[in-house]
Design a protein around this ligand. Sequence first.
Ligand SMILES: Cc1cc2nc3c(=O)[nH]c(=O)nc-3n(C[C@H](O)[C@H](O)[C@H](O)COP(=O)(O)OP(=O)(O)OC[C@H]3O[C@@H](n4cnc5c(N)ncnc54)[C@H](O)[C@@H]3O)c2cc1C
Ligand SMILES: *[C@@H]1O[C@H](CO)[C@@H](O)[C@H](O)[C@H]1NC(C)=O
Length: 509
Amino acid sequence: MDLQNKDILPREILPVVVIGNGPSGICLSYLLSGYTPYLSPEGTHPNPLLQGKLDQQPHLSLLELDLEYLCEGLEGRSSNPVAVLFDSLLLPDSDFGLDHASPLLWRYEPERATPHLVLGKGPPGGAWHAMEGSMLTLSLANWMELPGLKLKEWMREKRRNVRNDRATPAEIASYYQHYVNQMGLEDSFACGTTVTSIQRVNCEGASGRPFWKVQGTQKREADELGEGSLSEVPFIVCADYVVLATGTHDIPARLGVEGEGLPFVCHSFWELEAAISRGQLDHTSDPVLVVGAGLTAADAVLAAHHLNTPVYHAFRRSVTDPGLIFNQLPKLLYPEYHKVHQMMTQQQQHGQDIPSSGGTGTPVDQQENNTASMSTGSYPGYVSLPKHRVVAFKPDRKCVLEGEDGRRTVLQVSMALVLIGAHPNLSFLPENGRPLGLNPQEPITCRRNPLEVDPYTYELVSEGGLYAMGPLVGENFVRFLKGGALAIASDLAKKQRAKEENRTTLRVS
Ligand SMILES: Cc1cc2nc3c(=O)[nH]c(=O)nc-3n(C[C@H](O)[C@H](O)[C@H](O)COP(=O)(O)OP(=O)(O)OC[C@H]3O[C@@H](n4cnc5c(N)ncnc54)[C@H](O)[C@@H]3O)c2cc1C
Ligand SMILES: *[C@@H]1O[C@H](CO)[C@@H](O)[C@H](O)[C@H]1NC(C)=O
């Protein structure tokens, strides 16, 4: 959709602009479009305490109830209370594998809708469109669903035999796109838009209220030329409130070592896929070095191993480290990741064991195309290097690693894949959003330094009128980021009610 066709007058101020059109932005758009959750008359919740609280005012919607009161005493796998509350209302007891029906009833009440605009670079679905790499999602499929459209039913329609409860990222991405159309949200979505700056504008004088000026560019077909070519058109939209829902997958994390910018050193899974599809990798290639022990790194190991391309796999932690994602995933549900963990455990080589062509006892062991010596163990062609860090990449495709004992190893590779996570790109905020983080001295990251928000409204603590949700506030799973949408929609509804009451009082007096 073109922003130009939306008839936004430059002076018009929209109530809400959402930046980011992944699951976070979509879920919030659903709630802002008038879809309203109530306790269903026959609905029961397995938690009697919560049920009792909901029964006190059954005529009110969840958006009108006191979320803090409802959250009291609830416990779950997220540290955000509203996330636990909403998850428990949408999928009660799902941690125990139970399929308890949700006690919520969704009513479409368009008169409650808040006009809003969701901006996003690609099609609705966010990071899920960029994840072709991983074969199956990490979560059970229903944890990825958004309110009002059962993912399982939609998947059953799409493919004849659903083998298990997990789905591929492509299926999830397509579900999100379908969801936007099915729920009639598409008029609020302006895709192909990149926000480049947001600014608080404080109006002078009594009548003017402060607002946000959101600037960016939109990719549009240059139809005047009739060539179908794309051009970037600048746009400006103004809003009372802005919601940051841009996720954290925009900038691949870097090691910060010498030679990291060399062309054979890559930082994304798709560069491996591109090399594979160009036919650059097979069983005769020099080994691929995969750095990292997250799921993307695991996917890269599997993809290369599948082609019989030899793999060196280096990571900082030990294989038994409880922080390792593989030690947190149930084996039965994630057989392929369990296999990678098994490979990492069984094929461990320490610096001194790596077959070297340059004598023993030297501080630097040389490994040159010595792939024949990798053909040992149950997974020939794969070598696991736990507790190793990369020291440098050299122009002749050599990688220098250092083990825990300080011993260095040089590996000859065809390509190196550094897959150690990603950072959000908040370049549209002053100082990349740093002043808004828990620790204003550090860059924003999902795990260690998320944006600091009020736990019941998701409004930024240091910037009123600005909200954030999803991985930006430390909520990396779709299952729990829905709570942010509830908190924000509920706070915006509260502000709207306050404004209306204010108006009536003025009229009466
Ligand atoms: C390999 C992998 C596997 C995963 N598996 C799971 C899983 O099994 N279960 C699960 O729950 N989660 C999983 N996740 C996490 C999941 O990606 C996130 O939970 C979810 O996508 C976050 O949603 P979001 O809408 O907040 O952000 P995103 O999905 O990241 O979407 C944000 C969108 O905002 C856009 N954007 C960014 N900056 C701008 C800008 N300046 N202007 C306009 N648009 C912008 C981005 O392009 C993006 O499209 C996985 C992640 C990865 C990488
Ligand atoms: C962050 O996003 C902006 C706008 O899309 C882009 O110009 C910039 O290159 C990005 N920064 C990084 C480090 O990727």
